[in-house]
Design a protein around this ligand. Sequence first.
Ligand SMILES: Nc1nc2c(c(=O)[nH]1)N[C@H]1C(S)=C(S)[C@@H](COP(=O)(O)OP(=O)(O)OC[C@H]3O[C@@H](n4cnc5c(=O)[nH]c(N)nc54)[C@H](O)[C@@H]3O)O[C@H]1N2
Ligand SMILES: Nc1nc2c(c(=O)[nH]1)N[C@H]1C(S)=C(S)[C@@H](COP(=O)(O)OP(=O)(O)OC[C@H]3O[C@@H](n4cnc5c(=O)[nH]c(N)nc54)[C@H](O)[C@@H]3O)O[C@H]1N2
Ligand code: SF4
Ligand SMILES: [Mo]
Length: 713
Amino acid sequence: MTKVLGNGLRFEEQDSSANLLHSQCPFCSVQCTMQILEKTEGERKTYKVAPTQNSTSNGRLCIKGLNAHQHAYHPERLQYPLLKADGKFVRVSWKEALEFIKENFFNIQKGNGCDSIGVYGSGSLTNEEAYLLGKFARVALKTKYIDYNGRFCMSAAASAMNDAFGMDRGLTNKITEIPYTSCIILAGTNIAECQPTIWPYFHQAKQNGAFIIVIDPRETATSKLADLHLKVKPGTDAALANGFLKVIFEEGYVDQVFVDQKTEGFAELKAHMNHIQLEEIEALTDIPAEKIRLAARQYATAPTGMIFTARGVEQQTNGYLTVRNFINLVLVTGKIGKFGCGFGAITGQANGQGGREHGQKADQLPGYRSIVHPEHRKYIAKVWGIDEKDLPGKGVSAFEMMQKIAKKEILGLFVMGSNPVMSNPNALFVEKALKSLQCLIVVDTFLSETAQLADLVLPSSGYLEDEGTMTNFEGRVTWRPAKKELPNEVKHDWQILCEIAKVLGKGTYFSFSSPEEIFEELRLASKGGKADYYGITYDRLRRERVYWPCPSIGHPGTGRLFEQAFAHPDGKARLMAVENKYPKESISENYPLYLTTGRVLPHYLTGVQTRRSPALAARYTESFIEIHPKTAKKYKIEPNVLVKIESARGSAVARSKYSLKIREDTVFVPIHWGRKQNINQITTDDLDPVCKMPGFKVCAVKIRPMVNLEKSV
Ligand SMILES: Nc1nc2c(c(=O)[nH]1)N[C@H]1C(S)=C(S)[C@@H](COP(=O)(O)OP(=O)(O)OC[C@H]3O[C@@H](n4cnc5c(=O)[nH]c(N)nc54)[C@H](O)[C@@H]3O)O[C@H]1N2
Ligand SMILES: Nc1nc2c(c(=O)[nH]1)N[C@H]1C(S)=C(S)[C@@H](COP(=O)(O)OP(=O)(O)OC[C@H]3O[C@@H](n4cnc5c(=O)[nH]c(N)nc54)[C@H](O)[C@@H]3O)O[C@H]1N2
Ligand code: SF4
Ligand SMILES: [Mo]
């Protein structure tokens, strides 16, 4: 038998020793699809991977997707529940593990109330599991404290889009429109390295004549495509957007008809522009006024245009306002709700979109409902079969949970699918807090840095084993099949939640026997909400990827949002005057350089998975500090030496990598390595006041060589 792949590759599957798996990549938000051919030859197993066709990545896979199976089959995969006894993990049965949870959670909550347990979720979980985790926290544990790692990822863009448009969905229009847009602004987004399989859409736009503007303090694989690269001073993007707006107002590019019909707040924004001086913006951002003018004119006068943001502008203590200001640009030029025009905040994790819609957030109920809205509470309480007054209220954000742990207000923590001791800002503080917990339970596929601190670790299934739906960066719901058998005593996240709920006496609310059953409840729970999945079924997802909102069976899904009206009750979008604010953290005599953090192509987030994939790990075996040679010389740092990087919080180590591509006042360190290389040991835990996003992208540091070579003989 011969299997033919979407892009023409073929897997010969002629003998019974071959096992063909269909899956979706576990890493980023594109959700590329693939086939994995597993062959057994005697003792040896071999794997071949090939991309398959889907309407997003169009038969493409990046190097991470091609090698993801290497971690899925890694011998270090967790296989059994592990309990810590005398500082060492010992294998226990599921029965013992569940009993341990029951006893500990019961004892903690008995003396300290339901809110003494916190739940910490993830954008790696399927929609079904994210939904179930939210329900688990509120119904099984009755705690208000639940939040998730997406707080560090999508919170600035999500709250800005909610407030400006009345709805938060990654892309407001179809990805297939990108090639036909005439001007694209990419602000703090490195798509070529972070969502590489959609980068060809941007190449097509360029070939079709689009003018591409990239805003980034570094030259990246993405900025290579730019007609104009604005090498902005870190953290000053809100001011830069004010510069663009100033030019648009001054030179008369406002689409007054659109603004009058479809927006609120124009008068305030216009008045605010009287206080904006281009010279001041030039000084703040380090971008010459002429370049600001050019960018603004190109975007405003282009017949169609799109703006994309990502973590570069969002992971700031003014990330919310910065995104609002980029949305201002979209709105005053009327470039939204029609072909080739729109806004997108490029979602990060595999299910970064779905993970933020169905109740993992501190203030949220499924379907993007609000936990403080009486009607929303009533509806969900009915779906769940509980009394509305038993539904807890609003909790706090991910990092604020860590602060509550440090203050002993939260005494037990249940982590599913995240590695918070590495990914939170000010990680040394977080490590100390987690160590002080009475009970830490981590559900993971590996003994991550956080799992190592746990009292109990539960082994969960990975992408080849766990069927479910993921909503990708487009806002399209996708279905991930899974056929690989569970290794040893591994269980699915959803099974683990159901089993714990049962021992806690809440089994009747969690009597699910398949992901599809959970999805059926999710459909109902989301019905009538902003993220309405009611018209989406597993049957349908086996054939197509569906854009939400999709309110009824037979509804085609909504590819382009806001064609007629925005999602606020009056149908209008909101403009907002945004000040030229600096990030809270600023450089000083003691800490004279900006540190910014981010990603490299072959590694993923805290690296738990990609560092275990030999093909990926080999590309970068350790962390590095990208530094301009002039800056390096100033601090007596040779190429390829270990550098100590210090901030007011702590220190980290990385190897020097000279680069002319970075600003002289800035250094860049990726986030994928742990221990002394964990860059979050030094980042600031200042939070954006609106969305509680930490200022990951601006940290004041000093640097020095680990070994002073001048002194050595
Ligand atoms: N290879 C790879 N791909 C990934 C991931 C991964 O870990 N590895 N993670 C996934 C996830 S969860 C996410 S959230 C996305 C992240 O995707 P991106 O947000 O695109 O990635 P980052 O590298 O964090 O940041 C993007 C760019 O912002 C720039 N930047 C830093 N500071 C500033 C600033 O002040 N202003 C501006 N304008 N730019 C700035 C950086 O130089 C960087 O090039 O990627 C997803 N895809
Ligand atoms: N300085 C700095 N810090 C950052 C960022 C930055 O740009 N700069 N970016 C932030 C962003 S955007 C993000 S998204 C966060 C992410 O931060 P984390 O949540 O810590 O991200 P991961 O490394 O993906 O951790 C996921 C963990 O879950 C496990 N896992 C994977 N799949 C599953 C599953 O299906 N079930 C279970 N139970 N476990 C699973 C993995 O093995 C891994 O240990 O980091 C943030 N931290
Ligand atoms: S990491 Fe992202 S772009 Fe690469 S294969 Fe996976 S889903 Fe596709
Ligand atoms: Mo992210």
